[in-house]
Design a protein around this ligand. Structure first.
Ligand SMILES: C[S@@+](CC[C@H](N)C(=O)[O-])C[C@H]1O[C@@H](n2cnc3c(N)ncnc32)[C@H](O)[C@@H]1O
Length: 247
């Protein structure tokens, strides 16, 4: 399911920061090391790439389908290319990257088999590292879906492939040594600032909810937040998945 990021590209970084800690954890899990050539598929505004570059010296290229998101990434002096990873050959020769990362992208890729096969082709001898959410995490660990936007759970379970499906597809497309692990995010405070982000539909799921359901959830969330004497907090959970190409 493709999402139009035009109107949120400018605010995306405020809403969806990628913390240094998460970048470090992803780098350790995938074996990213100094001097490697890295491709970030669905790089968006380049928020993962900039964190990785802050951690170590890398040669990073980002690709994305959204020109407005890429314009923000270019503003950070990142090397980026506009391409559709769901229907095209990646615009790179065989075996030219050490690592490929892709964070919160695969649920938007209609032909994941093509994307994984292309990642395998352009990898030299290294890892494809994905960050996504499992169905269990969508169902039980989203800070507000279950209580205020219950319809969002089915929407996300329908578009996010679950972890076993992703692992099987990695094997089918030639990857080996598949591993995955749950990661904990930073604490999210459910306060007026969080409400502002939800109202701005900072997560694409809100854009897919019927507007009446979205508005009802926002009203209930607003009433709830304003009824609390102390803001509540929640911990986001995601899943890192890694598959290796052996040369
Ligand atoms: C939720 S954002 C994630 C951005 C970034 N990876 C991050 O972690 O912040 C999803 C990104 O995937 C990109 N995307 C969606 N479909 C794509 C496709 N077919 N080819 C390339 N990029 C795509 C979107 O334009 C968007 O920038």
């Amino acid at each position: 399911m493709s999402i139009d990021y035009t109107d949120i590209s400018q605010t995306y970084d405020d809403y969806r920061a990628f913390s240094k800690h998460r970048a470090e954890e992803l780098g350790d899990f995938g074996g990213i090391r100094e001097g490697m050539r890295v491709l970030d598929v669905g790089c968006g505004t380049g928020n993962l790439a900039t964190q990785l570059l802050d951690l170590m010296n890398l040669d990073v290229v980002g690709i994305d389908i959204s020109l407005p998101m890429l314009a923000v990434a270019r503003g950070k002096s990142l090397e980026v290319i506009c391409t559709d990873a769901a229907s095209n050959r990646l615009p790179f020769r065989d075996s030219c990257f050490d690592i490929i990362t892709s964070t919160y992208v695969i649920h938007q890729i209609s032909n994941l088999k093509l994307m994984f096969s292309e990642c395998h082709r352009v990898l030299r001898d290294g890892a494809l590292v994905l960050l996504t959410s499992s169905h269990e995490q969508i169902e039980n660990y989203h800070p507000v879906f279950k209580r205020f936007f219950p319809g969002a759970i089915d929407i996300d379970k329908a578009r996010f492939p679950d972890i076993p499906v992703i692992c099987d597809l990695l094997v089918t497309t030639g990857f080996q040594d598949i591993k995955h692990k749950q990661v904990l995010g930073d604490s999210i405070v459910i306060d007026e600032e969080y409400l502002r982000k939800v109202k701005g539909k900072y997560v694409s799921t809100y854009r897919l909810l019927p507007q009446s359901e979205f508005e009802r959830g926002v009203t209930e969330l607003e009433t709830y937040i304003r009824s609390l004497s102390q803001p509540e907090s929640a911990i986001w959970r995601g899943t890192l998945i890694c598959g290796r190409k052996k040369g």
